[in-house]
Write a protein that binds this ligand. Structure first.
Ligand SMILES: *[C@@H]1O[C@H](CO)[C@@H](O)[C@H](O)[C@H]1NC(C)=O
Ligand SMILES: *[C@@H]1O[C@H](CO)[C@@H](O)[C@H](O)[C@H]1NC(C)=O
Length: 131
């Protein structure tokens, strides 16, 4: 019984070769870092961004060197929403999925039209003046 269970565990870990982490606080259209646990069985893969509302997965990186363990990628401009996952797929067949990340949310990009830097600077200067 124990031997049978061990064999199943090995088979399972062979199928799910890579452990993909969800990106931390990713923002639409911005640089984000994706981490995974390298597996020699998967030396190269492509990354796809998947959402239930998308008709097709969006390719965000092609022919990634799997031994690196992380990659900085520019996310495409996508709707700010929950329910995104990353899929690591065969570089010649995106339906051949090696691994899927946990579900995560992508935030809207910050608005840059307000709060000029000079206003922030003068606030911090006056706040520190009494000391
Ligand atoms: C992947 O990266 C590793 C470590 O930097 C390097 O040794 C290896 O040659 C690279 N593989 C490919 C296919 O570029
Ligand atoms: C990727 O897909 C192609 C085409 O289906 C297949 O020939 C190849 O063996 C696959 N590569 C891996 C590493 O699974």
């Amino acid at each position: 019984m124990f031997i049978l269970c061990s064999t199943l565990a090995i088979l399972t870990s062979t199928v799910l070769a890579i452990d993909v982490q969800a990106p931390v606080e990713p923002t639409s259209g911005a640089l984000t870092t994706i981490h995974w646990t390298p597996d020699p069985a998967v030396p190269v893969f492509s990354m796809e961004l998947v959402h239930p509302d998308f008709n097709d997965a969006l390719a965000i990186a092609n022919s990634v060197n799997g031994s690196l363990g992380y990659l900085k990628v520019d996310l495409p401009a996508v709707p700010a929403d929950d329910g995104y996952t990353l899929q690591f797929v065969n570089i010649s067949d995106i339906d051949d999925v090696y691994a899927t990340s946990p579900v995560f949310a992508i935030a809207a990009p910050p608005t840059t039209s307000q709060a000029p830097t000079s206003a922030l600077s003068s606030t911090s200067i006056s706040a520190s003046a009494p000391a």
